[in-house]
Design a protein around this ligand. Structure first.
Ligand code: NAP
Length: 503
């Protein structure tokens, strides 16, 4: 039903460009799309700035209706989006349908959150005119939207972390217009989702510049977007390398702006001794399933296991080897990602003192699981062994004793998640690990796997650098709206000059 526009959406108009690029379908003919340019970025950002003066002052009810209309319009195009998504990313239909539900659910959840209004942090310190020695003025505080926001999605979530994903939903909920730099791994999906947003803008009578999509193009286009003087913040989901490059550009601007980068992580799991003595086999099988789900292409993929030498640890390794050896190669999101996976896992598996246990062989654009093991002392001595390998690669770090396990925990980089697997009898070691793990990760979980990030008020999907470039921020959950707000105090202002939401 829905047809591709193959152009950029800029302030309600589909804009073509001479330069073009093609998507990389898993099979079938490629589609060609208009490529981005600095001039188009400038056009979109100026339209966003103009829209801000209306959109930033819309009522919460109007913005909530807009978010719900986007969700409805995505559902109307649901089948076409899924068909395009499977073609461009190789992700299965069920996964993309689930991701669509998460994306529309997220939009409706943000609608509810702004209606409830807690995110505004409204505070009133009433005047104390008779206070000695000095009277206190009347002070009211509230969060206000910051202005146009640039958004970069990730390849592995073509819906939930992309064009109308969490960052876009959070910025629109806050009252900030959005310019999306479309991910070149799924321009067709972005095109269809932009059509849905465009329809919602028209249905809700929102200013046209509230949303623009600049499709892929040279990297300089992304750089121009984050450096545009009218952009007030950046939401980024992606790799450490890309995120760091754009973060540095934001910091180097004449007027620096916040860069909310949610980057990858290795999500270590700590298997405690009593658990290994009783549940090594089942835990290994669960890990293998989690590690290979979606070809391991999750920022929350549990890529590292830490355990103490024991019979149970040997059983775990043997069971993980058996389970991972049986998993067939899976299609990856892009050729580039599969090449990076092959290079990353061979670099770690082939490093000094690392033993390769399963060396997955796969064809082009495919990944087969790989497994390697290393002694904790060697892992601690080589910082590069802690790097994320995006794909189904597992590294098992074997400690001599509990002290070494604590040292490994202390040696971790910032993580999105850390997981404890424990049973009765493991509490003492778990209690010693807890202060370290909560210092290292945004989310600590027990007896489960970190993939599957719940969208809810209590979710923290961020963490100390490099998991996130801003460790106080989350890119999932209601708190993510706060990234695009700035608190303002209103002192002794008459009611007529105070935002309606504060009265
Ligand atoms: P990516 O390669 O960093 O791409 C993300 C976006 O940034 C793309 O649009 C990309 O454009 C752009 N980009 C990258 N480097 C740039 C630069 N130097 N200048 C301008 N633009 C640049 O990431 P990805 O492959 O899409 O996603 C996979 C990564 O995301 C994994 O590391 C995964 O762990 C992480 N991830 C994190 C989360 C989270 O919430 N923390 C969620 C999902 C994924 P080009 O493609 O044109 O380079």
């Amino acid at each position: 039903m829905s047809m591709l526009q193959r152009k950029h959406l800029i302030a309600g108009a589909w804009v073509d460009a001479e330069d073009r690029f093609e998507n990389q379908p898993v099979e079938g003919p490629a589609d060609s799309f208009a490529a981005g340019s600095d001039a188009l970025v400038d056009q979109a950002v100026r339209a966003a700035e103009e829209a801000f003066w209306t959109f930033g002052y819309t009522t919460r009810a109007a913005r909530a209706a807009f978010l719900r209309a986007i969700a409805d319009e995505i559902e109307v195009r649901g089948d076409a989006i899924t068909a395009m998504g499977t073609k461009e990313t190789g992700l299965p239909t069920a996964r993309l349908e689930g991701e669509r539900g998460r994306t529309t659910g997220q939009l409706r959840y943000f609608a509810q959150a702004i209606e409830a209004g807690d995110y505004l942090d409204r505070t009133h310190d009433a005047a104390l005119p008779d206070r000695a020695p000095l009277p206190r003025p009347d002070l009211r505080l509230m969060q206000r939207p910051i202005g146009p926001v640039a958004i970069f999605g990730a390849s592995n979530f073509p819906l939930a972390f992309s064009t109308a994903g969490g960052d876009t939903a959070a910025a629109l909920a806050a009252g900030c217009p959005v310019v999306v730099r479309g991910h070149p791994a799924h321009p067709g999906v972005s095109d269809l989702v932009a059509q849905a947003i465009d329809a919602a803008i028209k249905a809700c009578d929102m200013p046209a510049g509230v949303f623009s999509l600049i499709q892929g193009g040279p990297l300089e286009v992304g750089a121009a977007l984050v450096q545009h003087p009218l952009i007030k913040a950046v939401g980024f989901t992606g790799s450490l390398r890309g995120g760091r490059a754009l973060f540095d550009l934001c910091a180097g601007r004449p007027v620096p702006i916040p860069f909310f980068g949610e980057l990858g992580s290795v999500n270590p799991m700590f298997l405690l001794p009593e658990l290994l003595a009783s549940k090594a086999q089942a835990t290994a099988e669960g890990w293998a399933a989690s590690l290979t789900m979606g070809a391991g292409q999750f920022c929350t993929n549990p890529g590292v296991v830490v355990m103490i030498k024991s019979e149970g640890a040997d059983t775990f390794l043997q069971a993980a080897e058996a389970a991972l050896s049986e998993v067939a190669p899976q299609v990856m999101l892009t050729d580039g990602i599969s090449q990076a996976y092959t290079a990353g896992q061979s670099k770690i598996s082939g490093a000094d003192n690392v033993t390769s246990v399963v060396a997955g062989e796969a064809g082009p654009r495919c990944a087969a699981p790989s497994l390697a093991t290393v002694a904790a002392s060697d892992w601690l001595a080589d910082d590069t062994l802690a790097d994320e390998v995006f794909g189904p690669f597992g590294l098992v770090v074997v400690c001599e004793n509990a002290e070494e396990m604590l040292a490994v925990a202390k040696g971790l980089h910032g993580q999105l998640t850390c997981t404890l697997h424990l049973v009765s009898g493991d509490e003492a070691l778990a209690q010693n690990l807890m202060p370290i793990l909560e210092h290292k990760a945004g989310r600590v979980l027990a007896n489960g796997f970190p993939t599957g990030v719940e969208v809810c008020d209590a979710m923290m999907h961020g963490g100390p650098y490099p998991a996130s470039t801003n460790f106080g921020a989350t890119s999932v959950g209601a708190m993510s709206i706060r990234r695009f707000l700035r608190a303002v105090s209103y002192q002794n202002l008459p009611d007529a000059l105070i935002p309606q939401d504060l009265l």
